[in-house]
Design a protein around this ligand. Structure first.
Ligand SMILES: Cc1cc2nc3c(=O)[nH]c(=O)nc-3n(C[C@H](O)[C@H](O)[C@H](O)COP(=O)(O)OP(=O)(O)OC[C@H]3O[C@@H](n4cnc5c(N)ncnc54)[C@H](O)[C@@H]3O)c2cc1C
Length: 389
């Protein structure tokens, strides 16, 4: 029995590859969600560019079409190297296990932020944040949206808020608002080449978003939040300051990095457990002096490699090594602009945005979701004041 914990990019690709190669394998998928979510387009749901249902793919349908048993539940811990114990104590035995549980927001122990902040890791999160923006926009009082964390997702989320607010302005009168990104480091996107980070910063500035760098947050409660000692009232806090692995991954006794990601061998197995694989965001795969970054392309590519290696093990052959290929990265902004590298070349502006959406549509499951995304994107400008807003 092959058990896959986590039906995201890595887990679903692994199952597709296994089923394509062997029609009779017993496969079980464990996931607490009823639907797989296409995370990279969540900011577009906040912005009102794409409907949330376009990002969802029911796991029951995915599993029924491939004769895979679906266990709707949350993996909690391992029983040796033979079974996964779910929350509620149900036991799912396995011969081979693939841990594909992704990541979750990391509040770094800040309980107040955990209680007060909005996150962006599910369709529900995106809808909640959008409803919040609409509610405060209609309230008639000045309001500040504070995004904590100036990485790719933080900047994209800040511009998505700006995009939605700009469209609300066009469809009626709204309260004055400010959008502010708070970053602890002296620069946002400091790890990227200046040829990419600089135009992103300029675009964010041009959109009227204030970047506060080398800034720290202090006390906070429902009434105020302190940024570098300054009290901001009437605010909405959005947390985008890092991710960590889920509790199940943390509970696995194996080598981990400081984010808790499971260190894997080149064949994607845990060095200490030869029948357990880890893929995607929850795995630390060493490449070129550091771990692979958390990105769809690597989760996506690791699925077929793990499938091949499980089949090799079953056939008594040695698994082979995963050789990552990096097709590049993009920092997408809601203003239909993105900067980054594609196939080694620097791209920017609307061309970058085209590549971003092209890759999103390419990697979205189901034709109807792909067509729906295209439809939403091409018709977005006509939808001012529509239900999607
Ligand atoms: C807002 C946002 C924007 C992003 N934009 C981009 C982008 O533009 N480009 C890019 O490359 N990457 C982007 N990413 C990152 C990208 O989405 C991840 O790298 C990718 O989803 C990782 O795939 P995965 O299969 O490892 O995990 P996921 O796709 O996160 O799937 C993990 C699955 O595991 C399940 N799970 C969790 N806990 C358990 C448990 N205990 N038991 C069983 N199942 C469990 C979850 O329900 C989920 O279905 C973005 C992420 C976010 C949040």
């Amino acid at each position: 029995m092959i058990v896959v914990a986590g039906g995201g990019f890595a887990g679903l690709r692994l199952i597709e590859s296994l089923r394509a190669r062997d029609a009779d394998l017993g496969i079980t998928l464990i996931d607490p969600r009823a639907e797989a979510v296409f995370l990279p387009l969540l900011p577009d749901v906040v912005a009102g560019k794409v409907r949330d249902r376009r990002l969802l793919y029911p796991l029951s349908k995915f599993c029924a079409d491939r004769r895979v048993e679906l266990v709707c539940g949350r993996a909690a811990k391992l029983e040796g190297e033979r079974a996964v114990i779910l929350e509620g104590d149900r036991k799912v035995p396995f011969d081979y296990l693939a841990v594909c549980c992704g990541a979750e927001p990391d509040f770094h122990g800040n309980e107040d932020a955990h209680r007060l902040a909005y996150t962006l890791y599910s369709a529900r999160d995106a809808l909640r944040l959008r409803e919040r923006v609409k509610a405060v926009a209609a309230a008639g009082r000045p309001h500040t949206f504070i995004v904590i964390g100036g990485g790719y997702t933080g900047l994209e989320t800040a511009t998505a808020l700006g995009y939605l607010l700009a469209r609300l302005i066009r469809s009626g009168t709204i309260s004055p608002f400010f959008i502010r990104v708070v970053e602890l480091a002296p620069k946002v996107l400091g790890g990227l080449p200046e040829s990419i980070a600089d135009p992103v910063r300029r675009e964010v500035d041009h959109l009227g978003i204030r970047l506060s760098v080398s800034a720290t947050i202090g006390d906070m409660n429902e009434k105020f939040v302190e940024i570098d000692g300054e009290r901001v009232t009437d605010f909405t806090l959005i947390w985008s300051a890092g991710v960590r692995v889920v509790d199940f991954v943390r509970s696995i006794e194996a080598d981990k990095d400081k984010q808790g990601r499971l260190v894997v061998d080149p064949d994607l197995r845990l060095p200490s457990s030869r029948n357990i694989y880890a893929l995607g965001d929850c795995a630390h795969f060493e490449a070129g002096g550091g771990p692979l970054r958390m990105a769809v392309q690597f989760s996506w590519a690791q699925g077929p490699v793990a499938a091949e290696n499980i089949l090799r093990q079953i056939g008594g052959r040695e698994p082979h090594a995963y050789k990552p290929r990096d097709f590049g990265y993009l920092v997408p902004l809601a203003s239909w602009r993105a900067w980054g590298k594609v196939g080694g070349a620097t791209v920017g502006g609307m061309v970058g945005s085209f590549f971003h959406y092209f890759m999103c549509i390419f990697r979205t499951k189901r034709c109807r979701n792909k067509i729906g995304i295209v439809w939403d994107l091409v018709s977005v400008r006509r939808r001012v004041g529509s239900k999607l807003l």
